[in-house]
Design a binder for this molecule. Structure first.
Ligand SMILES: [Fe+2]
Ligand SMILES: [Fe+2]
Length: 259
């Protein structure tokens, strides 16, 4: 068991695919993670599964490692109900979660935007450019910069999970470039393909941050560090100007009304 706890999760799942299924049942999505270098023991810690449920999950994992039958009559839904937990964030972290809410409102409009682009690229060129500007300015320059330059420095112990997040940010920038390339070449299918992939990536990314990364980083922070974080976030907000958030919220609201 010890040996597997210290092994990268992708290798564990390759050797024992059933462990991927067990983790997935407990809402731990390692199978779909593109990096997979986190150690099994870190994954269990990071996901902050309630103790009694963690014990039950570990029993199943151990059974698989020992070549025993770990199947039960419980469905994924039964387990999901037990794992669900309400997360209470500190004020500065809540600010990031609220920023996610605005990003998710834009992401919700992407399928409709893709349909419109496929029907008429030229007629929707401007709205795509504005949406890309929202992604660049609000999601990346403002929100991701707060994470990369400030929050991630407080993460102790497991660098792999931070690397997963940074990798997602990089991929997002790649999809944004692809959208612009599609516009440049007049390729509607490529624009909508890139927008769709950006939406999928960011939806998963935000879920990982809200449910796993933020609670985990916060758990390792002292009250003084949380207070420092708040000061630093306020400084960033000030740097971007008091009307910055309202301007982009207004943009998303406008799009929602037209949808
Ligand atoms: Fe992020
Ligand atoms: Fe984020």
């Amino acid at each position: 068991m010890e040996r597997y706890l210290n092994m990268a999760i992708k290798s564990v799942i390759t050797e024992f695919p059933k462990i991927g299924t067990i983790l997935n049942d407990y809402e731990i999505g390692c199978v779909t993670c593109s990096v997979g270098t986190c150690l099994l023991k870190d994954i269990i810690e990071i996901h902050n599964v309630p103790k009694h449920i963690e014990a039950e999950m570990m029993k199943k994992i151990e059974a698989v490692l020992n070549g025993e039958d770990a199947s039960t009559t419980e469905t994924k839904e039964d387990i999901g109900m037990q794992v669900q937990r309400e997360i209470v964030y500190s004020e500065p972290i809540q600010k990031l979660v609220d920023e996610h809410t605005l990003i998710k409102r834009l992401l919700a409009l992407v399928p409709d935007l893709c349909d419109r682009v496929n029907a008429d690229l030229e007629g929707n060129r401007e709205v795509v450019l504005q949406s890309v500007e929202f992604i660049k300015q609000f999601a990346d320059k403002f929100h991701h910069a707060k994470e990369e330059d400030i929050l991630f420095a407080y993460a102790k112990g497991n660098i792999d999970i931070i690397n997963v997040m940074l990798e997602d940010h990089k991929k997002g920038r790649y999809y944004v470039k692809s959208v612009l390339l599609g516009l440049e070449t007049g390729d509607a299918a490529y624009v909508s393909y890139s927008l769709k992939h950006y939406r999928e990536l960011l939806t998963e990314h935000i879920k990982k941050e809200d449910e796993i990364l933020y609670p985990w980083i916060e758990k390792g922070m002292t009250p003084e560090q949380i207070a420092d974080l708040e000061v630093k976030f306020d400084e960033t907000d000030l740097e971007f100007g008091s009307g910055f958030y309202d301007k982009w919220e207004g943009f998303v609201s406008g799009l929602e009304k037209k949808a």
